[in-house]
Design a protein around this ligand. Structure first.
Ligand code: G4P
Length: 291
């Protein structure tokens, strides 16, 4: 998989503008709420987010928990918490975890609330902004926490716009437009994981190559789920091509002459993975690094 496939949306000029825009927006808020995809908590993050945010209080929203491995989501939540960030876990489709947002943000900003009160500004609303890479669920999240309908975030970094605030509840405001960040697209493995999860459109991808890579990754991390769904047996180090071939055979996807329809097997694997029919998987584990 070539990382080029997602370079289409972002190039350095945009990145510089985006970063400047975000740094300007940051001055207006008390906290940054970064949405990440719980299935790929490393690849769905912006590589410069820590530098961009500086000392601003931070929240991580682990989104799409309905699609991720619950045990690993728990590990990730602890990992971010250990690094001083507030964490909530959400499924924006069903609203699970959405009501945790306000209380978690207030806990994160407790010190600020106390200082405001001391200065006679107890009624001053807290302000936050939502940031994340394209497609991670920013607009859906903002709509859910605020009860707002419509308004999809646009991929127009650097476009001047008036500042508007939307009310989450009394005393809590969100910048109306999320900050759109770029992923670490120079890393081909990151590009592949974004493509697995559908963050990159398939029409610009080599579906067979992607699917072969995916089944290899799943086979290494979740072999029992692959065995159970596709009734295949294989050696631990079998290649993606071999695994797809076995999948096709097991499902009876045959072309004339008894040749396995490998393209069909590839498509099925990818579609079933994305629809969580094989299981709920998290493809990245928290790094073992000291806090
Ligand atoms: P963005 O602003 O960050 O670009 O992302 P957006 O909110 O548009 O969300 C991208 C897609 O992800 C949407 O699906 C949205 O419904 C879906 N999504 C967001 N959060 C979650 C979640 O927690 N769980 C699941 N399963 N999906 C989530 P879509 O296919 O573009 O539209 P639709 O299926 O909602 O019609």
């Amino acid at each position: 998989m070539e990382a080029d496939s997602i370079r289409i949306q972002w190039y350095p000029g945009h990145m510089t503008k985006t970063r400047r825009r975000m740094e300007a927006d940051l001055r207006l808020v008390d906290a940054v709420c970064e949405i990440i995809d719980a299935r790929i908590p490393i690849s769905s993050r912006n590589p410069e987010i820590d530098a961009i945010c500086g000392a601003k209080p931070r929240m991580v929203i682990l989104n799409r928990i309905d699609m991720a491995d619950p045990a690993r989501t728990k590990q990730w939540a602890s990992w971010f918490q250990a690094r001083g960030m507030a964490v909530i876990q959400t499924d924006c489709k069903t609203r699970r975890g959405i009501s945790d947002f306000g209380p978690a943000l207030r806990r994160l900003l407790a010190e600020k609330v106390r200082r405001n009160a001391e200065r006679g500004m107890a009624g001053r609303p807290l302000k936050a902004m939502v940031v994340g890479i394209p497609n991670v669920g920013k607009s859906t999240f903002i709509n859910q926490v605020s009860g707002r309908k419509g308004a999809k975030a646009e991929n127009r970094p650097g476009v001047t716009r008036g500042m508007q605030w939307i009310t989450v509840d009394q005393g809590l405001l969100l910048l109306d437009t999320p900050g759109i960040l770029w992923p670490k697209f120079e890393d081909p493995e990151v590009g592949a994981r974004l493509a697995f999860t559908g963050a990159v459109k398939d029409d610009i991808l080599d579906v067979y190559g992607l699917s072969a890579h995916l089944i290899e990754v799943l086979w290494r991390s979740y072999p029992d789920a692959i065995r159970a769904r596709y009734k295949i047996e294989a050696e631990t180090e079998e290649t993606g091509a071999q695994l797809l071939e076995k999948l096709g055979k097991s499902r009876g996807y045959l072309l004339s002459g008894g040749v396995v329809d490998i393209e069909r097997a590839a498509r099925v694997l990818l579609d079933e993975y994305r629809a969580c029919r094989i299981g709920r998987f998290t493809l990245e584990l928290p790094p073992e690094e000291p806090v």
